[in-house]
Design a protein around this ligand. Structure first.
Ligand code: GRF
Length: 200
């Protein structure tokens, strides 16, 4: 399975995926990393693993123009899936539908037990809502925000003396285990979407 990674931040999920590949827990090849933030820590992470990085800043560009640039640069790489790992930018409906042909090709990890707490700062949303349990979700991406078929979820309990920081750290740690495992299942063809065919 060949993947393109997309990230905007510190890159701890990217690191977990690259470590899983290195240790052969995940049978995948990374074609390149697409990063939309010039100063993101994930760029250094990718370099440490000798992964090619396409820095494609979105600043000053419309969503459409940014996506056109991504597609333009990605034409030189082959891939089976786009793997979003802390990529903090929404794709347009047009792009999602184009990439998801003839089947779902974009995978994302979201820091909540979807469908709860969509959008940004999901651990914080859950923490402030006083949940007893939170978690993370790996799902295929459709045209809606943090939507699309759920592939797997992992949960953790809120502890009595949790602060937002300890709560988030436990969630992130869980993401690092869940995401590579799910990708390995996908690479082995073990994930099937039981849904009607995708609309064009
Ligand atoms: C993760 O919690 C991810 O689920 C969310 O943003 C965070 C990114 O962390 N979308 P990192 O860049 O992988 O460390």
């Amino acid at each position: 399975m060949k993947i393109v990674l997309f990230a905007s931040g510190g890159g701890s999920n990217v690191k977990a995926i690259l470590q899983a590949i290195q240790s052969k827990a995940l049978d995948a090849t990374v074609s390149c990393l697409v990063c939309n933030v010039e100063t993101a820590g994930v760029i250094e992470v990718a370099k440490q693993f000798n992964i090619e990085v396409l820095v494609i800043p979105n600043k000053g560009l419309s969503r459409e123009a940014h996506e056109a640039e991504i597609l333009n640069q990605l034409q030189f790489y082959s891939w089976d899936f786009w793997v979003l790992a802390g990529y903090m930018r929404l794709f347009t409906e047009k792009l999602v539908k184009k990439i998801n042909q003839p089947s779902y090709k974009i995978i994302n990890i979201h820091p909540s037990l979807l469908p709860d707490f969509k959008g940004v700062n999901a651990y914080q949303q859950a923490f402030e809502a006083g949940v007893e349990e939170s978690g993370c979700t790996v799902h295929f991406v459709n045209e809606y925000l943090d939507d699309g078929p759920i592939i797997a979820q992992a949960s953790f309990k809120r502890l009595p003396n949790d602060t937002l920081e300890t709560f988030m750290a436990r969630g992130l740690q869980l993401e690092h285990t869940l995401y590579p495992k799910v990708l390995e299942h996908i690479s082995k063809g073990k994930v099937t979407v039981l849904e009607p065919a995708l609309p064009c």
